[in-house]
Design a protein around this ligand. Structure first.
Ligand SMILES: *[C@@H]1O[C@H](CO)[C@@H](O)[C@H](O)[C@H]1NC(C)=O
Ligand SMILES: *[C@@H]1O[C@H](CO)[C@@H](O)[C@H](O)[C@H]1NC(C)=O
Ligand SMILES: *[C@@H]1O[C@H](CO)[C@@H](O)[C@H](O)[C@H]1NC(C)=O
Ligand SMILES: *[C@@H]1O[C@H](CO)[C@@H](O)[C@H](O)[C@H]1NC(C)=O
Ligand SMILES: *[C@@H]1O[C@H](CO)[C@@H](O)[C@H](O)[C@H]1NC(C)=O
Ligand SMILES: *[C@@H]1O[C@H](CO)[C@@H](O)[C@H](O)[C@H]1NC(C)=O
Length: 596
């Protein structure tokens, strides 16, 4: 859809605004996929992403109920049909895909309609029951504004698109138990079967100053009984949103179904709080109905996170097609609320204003997730299907980056790219000493941002940069020696990411648990107009950031590798690709590419 077409349609169609009904837009809606969305936005906007999952317009948050069913991947997500911000009638929007790359939107799956969800259909999960029968457990905001858990089932299991869902007439299945406030009881996980074949599910909560996963059990998936104790709770956390509890294979990148429990798996508990997704690894002891983590949350910067940038409310699912576990996370914006509203719906009257640029929230690329060989942390990597968008490869081998040097990675579309780079550090023993009082990596990255020269580092990438580097987002490393050997720090520095001031330009940082004397330091970054997802140490440390350059957009964006440390580093290998556009929630379904 180009801008002129939008204008053409726009003239005879009153565009939406918050809560106001759209009139006369019927001629815009294609039957297959677009009934659920009311208005068009122009595709040619510098901040609109090309291969990340976004709805055609408006607010999105948590990914919900991802699954693979009869040859099709499904992703539901929290969606506000009325505006560019979170709203009071959130629903489950629904998209499907054959390949995890291209997506078509379907009718909304769950819309507030009944006393048990009249004030919103909030997050939840899909469980595939025996006989390949998917069901949804979700949180309804009921008529009294309490959070309750509800069940929905597909109307027609022969329809692989699972378009219609029926809410169970006996809802709600679970209401806030004694001691739990009505607004602290939400986001049921995928359920699993214990060795006794009884179903178990956990619901996120907060009670007695502890974040927790309240455990329920059921024989028939309809009648649920709360277990006396939570599956896990911790005094070091906030209210648990979107808990996720799943087994991971030991010594293998393969995923397993939620009900697998044997000596070759360990378990992961993830909880979302304080704007981050934190996790602990441990043992699930079914006899005790307990998850026993190797270490508790600490409430400090030592806690493990899926991603050390913008990434929240994630959810995983087991992909039985390729025996892997896949995760999506919600990636928020860094822009001001006022700007969101303008961009989300003011549409036409602002389209001549260069500031009219859409930067809605989106989902990360789907990431495969597995347990690292050390057993101490998880590893993530973009699903291999994303590679199908790669085009126009550029490769560089054995290039020395002297102190203070910078070079452009040219020949690719720098605003839409995939880049993998391996750094070798020849004189590692000269790394600077790390002050043992420096424990918070994000603080170190903030204090020693990309402009501060060190010994080894900063070295890395400057993404979405102008030619004069006035705008640039630096994803870089520093290497230190310390009491316990070498320490590799990974940072994402947004301070110079945009000439616009009203943005959140927080610096992000985390350590990468690798030994640079044994392996090279690798970085992969997926750049897509206003998002950069970076994977350090082959996916051991992930940092996602949203940036909105004013000048470094589209063809004005450049990509550089740089080294601002006093010692040289070697790029032993660099591969970069332009990324083609994916077809994501286009009008007219998967086959129609004309409109997006
Ligand atoms: C939309 O529906 C019309 C009439 O029902 C049909 O002729 C047309 O082929 C459909 N378009 C698509 C893209 O399915
Ligand atoms: C169920 O879905 C299948 C496949 O789309 C379709 O052929 C069938 O007519 C549907 N059944 C009902 C009762 O709608
Ligand atoms: C995992 O691999 C390590 C090293 O190869 C081995 O010592 C260990 O027994 C393996 N663990 C399992 C559960 O297979
Ligand atoms: C969303 O973004 C804003 C602005 O950057 C930030 O303050 C907030 O913590 C973010 N929320 C989540 C859940 O990531
Ligand atoms: C370590 O950092 C602390 C706090 O910044 C500082 O007071 C101290 O002098 C530093 N120690 C060394 C050896 O640099
Ligand atoms: C490299 O260091 C110089 C001198 O400190 C600084 O002016 C420049 O901005 C730095 N480069 C980057 C990419 O930050």
């Amino acid at each position: 859809m180009d801008l002129s077409l939008l204008l053409l349609f726009g003239l005879s169609c009153i565009l939406l605004s918050n809560g106001i009904k759209v009139e006369d837009c019927d001629h815009l809606t294609d039957n297959t996929s677009f009934q659920s969305f009311q208005v068009l936005v122009p595709a040619e906007q510098p901040y609109r992403t090309a291969y990340h999952f976004q709805p055609p317009q408006n607010w999105l948050n948590d990914p919900n109920g991802p699954m693979y069913y009869e040859g099709i991947y499904h992703l539901f997500y929290q969606y506000n049909p009325h505006g560019a911000l979170f709203g009071d009638s959130m629903l489950w929007a629904h998209s499907a895909s054959y390949d995890l790359v291209n997506w078509f939107s379907l009718d909304h799956a769950l819309i507030p309609s009944e006393p048990f969800d009249i004030n919103s259909c909030w997050s939840g999960s899909v469980t595939i029951l025996p006989g390949n029968k998917p069901v949804i457990l979700y949180t309804g905001i009921d008529a009294n504004n309490n959070q309750v858990q509800n069940l929905a089932t597909p109307k027609n299991l022969s329809d692989p698109l699972l378009i219609e869902w029926i809410k169970y007439s006996g809802n709600p299945l679970m209401t806030p138990p004694d001691g739990v406030e009505g607004d602290n009881f939400r986001d049921p996980t995928t359920a699993w079967q214990g060795p006794d074949k009884t179903w178990r599910v956990v619901v996120g909560s907060w009670s007695n100053n502890q974040g927790m996963a309240i455990l329920y059990q059921s024989d028939d998936f309809v009648h649920w009984t709360k277990y006396q104790d939570p599956l896990y709770s911790s005094i070091k956390t906030g209210m648990w949103e979107c808990p996720d509890f799943f087994p991971v294979s030991i010594n293998s990148t393969n995923g397993v179904d939620a009900s697998v429990k044997n000596p070759s798996v360990r378990h992961v508990m993830k909880a979302s709080f304080n704007s981050h997704d934190y996790y602990i690894v441990g043992t699930y002891v079914t006899e005790l109905e307990k998850f026993l983590p190797d270490t508790d949350f600490t409430g400090t910067s030592l806690d493990l996170r899926y991603d050390y940038g913008k990434f929240y409310a994630s959810k995983t699912f087991f992909d039985s097609k390729k025996n892997r576990r896949i995760m999506w996370g919600w990636v928020n914006e860094s822009d001001s609320t006022e700007d969101d509203i303008e961009k989300g719906w003011s549409g036409l009257q602002k389209q001549t204003d260069p500031q009219w640029l859409l930067d809605n929230p989106l989902q990360s690329v789907p990431r495969q997730i597995w347990l690292d060989k050390t057993g101490k942390q998880l590893v993530q990597w973009p699903v291999e299907e994303i590679n199908s968008l790669r085009d126009n490869q550029v490769s560089i081998y054995g290039k020395q980056l002297e102190s203070g040097s910078i070079f452009e990675v040219s020949g690719i579309t720098a605003s839409r790219a995939d880049i993998e780079i391996m750094f070798e550090l020849p004189e590692l023993e000269e790394a600077e000493f790390m002050n043992s009082s420096w424990v918070d990596p994000q603080l170190i990255c903030d204090r020693e941002d990309a402009s501060v020269t060190g010994t080894f580092g900063p070295f890395g990438l400057l993404a979405l940069a102008t030619k004069d580097l006035t705008e640039q987002t630096a994803i870089f490393f520093r290497v230190f020696t310390g009491q316990k050997g070498y320490r590799v720090l990974m940072c994402s520095d947004q301070k110079r990411s945009s000439l616009r001031n009203e943005l959140d330009k927080t610096t992000y940082g985390a350590f990468v648990e690798i030994d640079p004397s044994q392996e090279m330091i690798s970085l992969r970054s997926l750049i897509d107009h206003s998002i950069i997802e970076s994977f350090g140490g082959n996916g051991k440390t992930c940092i996602t950031t949203r940036v909105y350059p004013k000048l470094a957009v589209n063809n004005e964006a450049h990509l550089y590798a740089f080294n601002n440390g006093t010692l040289s580093v070697t790029i032993s290998r660099l591969n970069a690709w332009s990324m083609n556009k994916a077809r994501i929630n286009c009008r007219g379904g998967l086959e129609n590419t004309a409109s997006c």
